[in-house]
Ligand binder design. Structure first.
Ligand SMILES: [Zn+2]
Length: 110
């Protein structure tokens, strides 16, 4: 379990890597998804994510940050997600937990 402050730092580090600028980062209880991204650039992450391993956090963080640039889940989006994770040695497809995890990520605006 990491602190909210450390988690926000992780998000900001990834944001710098990707070159996006989230306006606000919130952590709160979310019952049905891991994170969401508003069209205004506000990211909200599930408090539950703070209890997950770093690799899992990274997958959710990078996914949401990419939405600041690319709203839809197309091939290009998925390729970028894989590429950024691979740079840090994280293979998103090799992690069984990702199947339910990814299906739980639903953007506020589709
Ligand atoms: Zn998404």
């Amino acid at each position: 379990m990491i602190t909210i402050a450390d988690f926000k730092k992780e998000v900001l580090d990834w944001a710098e890597e990707i070159g996006v600028y989230p306006k606000e980062i919130h952590v709160r209880k979310m019952s049905r998804k891991w994170a969401s991204c508003s069209s205004k650039g506000r990211l909200t992450f599930s408090y539950e994510l703070l209890t997950r391993p770093k690799e899992e956090r990274a997958i959710v963080i990078v996914h949401e940050l990419l939405h600041l640039k690319y709203p839809s889940h197309n091939k290009f989006f998925n390729a970028l997600l894989s590429a950024y994770l691979a740079k840090k040695g994280i293979a998103k497809t090799k992690q069984p937990f990702m199947v339910p995890l990814v299906s739980m990520i639903v953007p506020l605006k589709s």
